[in-house]
Design a protein around this ligand. Sequence first.
Ligand SMILES: *Cc1c(COP(=O)(O)O)cnc(C)c1O
Length: 383
Amino acid sequence: MADKHKLATRLIHAGVHPDPTTGAIMTPIYQTSTYVQAAPGDHKGYEYARTQNPTRTALQDALASIENGQYGLCFGSGMAATDAVAKLLQPGDEVIVSNDLYGGTYRIFTKVFANYGIKFHFIDMSDAQNIRNYINGNTKMVWVETPTNPLLNIIDIEAAAKISKEHKLLLVVDNTFASPYLQNPLDFGADIVLHSATKYLGGHSDVVHGALIMNDAALEEKLRFIQNSCGAVPGPHDCWLVLRGIKTLHVRMQRHCENGKKIAEYLRSHPKVGKTIWCGFEDHPNHAIAKKQMRDFGGMISFTLKDDNINAALEVLKKTKLFSLAESLGGVESLIGHPATMTHASIPQEDRIARGLSDSLIRLSVGIEDIDDLIEDLKQAIG
Ligand SMILES: *Cc1c(COP(=O)(O)O)cnc(C)c1O
């Protein structure tokens, strides 16, 4: 989608056209399974709704535009999008994956695709050059999540892209945590951007949805073939919710970032808090890379307590009132979570600890409520 407009304009207008029959300014929810043909093969570009749906088309075009890509493809969830990308692989292929990543991604790789003879290397990419140590003749793909979940490590996308290009590997970047407002991986040389639109893109905790964005036409064709053949497509109503959500992405993200900064600073100064992890801190190990590839630092924060035991952490989780105890992130409301027992419970404890994900780590998805109320809530919960 070549579009000269700036992001804030594209978030609202890209992909969206007044409905040709009524002029409706909002893309209708085309709740249909099929389309009537005038004669066999004589149709308006829409044959069957697994293959094409106009509400989905509008969203796919919008997502492509806001990620500075040519093509967008939507799926029934972020995991369905991950599944589609993994289906580009064949038995014997190897993938190099950042080792601190979404628990569900770890699970689908190790419990589903490993059964099909695909090998995954989960490695520390805080120095992207480490990727080189795992490349061999079978390597086909590099999978990066940045910022990582939940330790908020930052991986240098440009460096990972350079290594991937040298070895003709596909670079996939899960951009869910940053959102297109903060980071556009295709601009740094990634081949595929993945989103769980369930998070910041949808933004209102009311939809599960996934997306892929890319520039290469042949890659798009392969992934569109998988999208249609495997059928993990989103319904039109869910596409419509994401289309509605992205119209305010820039406004929401601005507040997520402002609130995130203030809360990160508050936690860091709190006498009972141990370590506060937020990529906006200048002493974050990869802050310089975050500054290079992100426009701001977001509202995802993790912290531990000085009283570093699981019960002290669970006590805080029980006491917050505005921060709701829930999995997920990126909605307008603030959430608090405990990765070890919630989002990352599918990773074995020894693997978790080896990666620095301690049992007392608490993760915040800072929402867009009033900052004073949010800080007050943390104050009474931490004590
Ligand atoms: C939530 C999430 C996913 C999975 O997306 P779903 O929409 O829940 O299937 C993948 N990656 C990251 C970083 C996520 O946060």
